[in-house]
Design a protein around this ligand. Sequence first.
Ligand code: ATP
Ligand code: MG
Length: 541
Amino acid sequence: MNFIEQIIEEDLQNGKNDSKVHTRFPPEPNGYLHIGHAKAICLNFGLAKKYNGKCNLRFDDTNPVKEDVEYVDSIREDIQWLGFQWDGEYFASDYFEQLYQWAEELIRKELAYVDDSTQEEISLQRGIPTKPGIESPYRNRGVEENLDVFRRMRAGEFPDGAKVLRAKIDMASPNMHMRDPIMYRILHAEHHRMGNKWCIYPMYDYAHGESDSIEGITHSICTLEFEVHRPLYNWFVEALEIRHPQQIEFARLNLSYTIMSKRKLTRLVQEKYVMAWDDPRMPTISGLRRRGYSPQSIRNFAETIGVAKRDNIIDVSLLEFCVREDLNKVARRTMAVLDPVKLVIDNYPDNQYEEIDAVNNPEDPEAGTRKISFGKEVWIERADFMEDPPEKFFRLTIGGEVRLKYAYIIRCESVVKDENGAIQEIHCQYLPETKSGGAESGRKVKATIHWLPVSDMKKAEVRLFDRLFNVPDPDEAEEGQTFLDHINPDSMQIVEGYIESSLNLDNKAPYYQFERTGYFCIDKDSTPEHLIFNKTVSLKQ
Ligand code: ATP
Ligand code: MG
């Protein structure tokens, strides 16, 4: 049981919130969701499920400048793909009128005032934590004047930045967030849902707790950086005397070799370091989906890392472990040769073919078997042969033996090279009595290699990915550098590979294991005429 579950179970025992649990996931629609959000989604939806409660999706759309419906749509899609369905769907902008009315109420209670100071002046008044700040000359404006000016702010009489509404709290508080924080700012900007209805917008701190309260949220779970905002969260709901949700903070997910800030991810997209938000190298949920991650693997990852109270960095290899573990259970096995060289079996009859049985998934007997046509010429992986092998090289060498998977043991006799000395053909003999499942199938060889029939295969573009950043913490930029200086220039390699011609490419089997190579999936841009596969992860670390 994690510390949040402990809090919830205590609340349930005490009959707090009528013994109900209601959480929410509150993304700002200013970018695509990433693996950190997946953590928060699994947590909020998971708690609702565990305690028979509810979980809302609330778009925190209080900043019109960076928000867009494209992001709203992608957020819905990503949450559903992860396997969760929200109870209520809301927008903070649904509450703009109510928030405005409450702001007037705070003015009437002499707990808010309009300040004509500039941003710089306000920041100077706030000062530093160790010394009390200075009160604004507008702090003691009368209620009537405040109401009048605030209404005129709403009516659009003033330009951006001319005035703000501030909460009247404590300019001497050691917590800077309590030094008369800004509640409203003037912003003549079009909102993706509200159009031009509003030209004043509430700040996050003013909007968030009230939105939670309106929706009946019981446990408002957020990341650690909001711990210092909690007194303010509480102050607003107490000043307004509305239902009081409880804010609980947990450590955000940080992953090695990854950045997670939406602002930085936006730069990667806009400045074309990656193809799009769903580029398979991106830590976005849509990127992981396109990369071939299963929803289950991401849920398992979130479960494995648990909920922490202190910030830490999780090694990205743990995420890779989780996807391997899940895909091992569900991925269709298939043979693919990504760097082909031809192997000729000299003692196999010309123009003769036999059907070889191959197992679709050893972890799942119901997945059945398929037939592969075996003949005199096959493709094998160039790296599976070496003319001058180092010690402990167990694959094919001249005079050596390996098994062709599901088929026969072969012995290599010679190679044919082109004028540059590159190997063009490998010549072998096969041992007919060693067919898999046959009389001498038990004969031992040190290696089994995969292959494809030359007469029967398809070509495919295969995209091999490496980490997008070449240092564990790309955010820790040295003097004069940014995260962009740590981009791995070789994070995508495109090869033409060969795949089994009978590969069933429908969406019912989206995950594949290319035997001995790794897990792969079909890219969304793939067509029957031009197949494209993405490498999810290699088989082993
Ligand atoms: P950014 O600062 O990159 O814009 P954000 O935290 O502001 O990210 P939001 O859309 O506001 O993004 O986040 C929605 C929810 O997801 C919040 O409750 C936030 O705490 C949570 N969240 C965001 N990033 C992470 C993370 N790395 N780990 C866990 N939870 C996260
Ligand atoms: Mg945010």
